[in-house]
Design a protein around this ligand. Sequence first.
Ligand code: ZN
Length: 154
Amino acid sequence: MLQIQDLLGADPGRQAKASGCKVEFLGKRYELKPETLPDHLKNSLRRSQVNTYYIVFKFKVTSDTGHTHQVIIRTYPRADLSGPVQVYCDCQDFKFRCAYQMNSSGALFRSSGTDVKLGEAIMTPPKKKGSIVLCKHALAALQELNLNKSIYLG
Ligand SMILES: [Zn+2]
């Protein structure tokens, strides 16, 4: 499980690139998602699933090159933004360099729509191995959310 703080600190080389991005808040919504319980809890709670609340943020991020992309961030609606985080960006960099690794870490935001857009990239390891964890758009959106969390969660 990755948290927002893990992603923010994961790639110091990208932070300068992210700072050149303009981040616009598009909206948020709440989501109730059934989660499958681990086996030992299934037995003691006598159920296999519980419902968990999430908050889903949408941001529009314009990079210094003028390209605009949409970033989706899902996490627990907690004041300190702790808890598992899932991220998606609709840029090519995210698709081919981040999606596979993010999915393996359980940190890829997935929906039927984003699954179609990412296609095989979700299950195909990138040819070029590197330390890139996030594209600059997603990083910029995470930085903005973290910096102004009291406003976005309020
Ligand atoms: Zn991106």
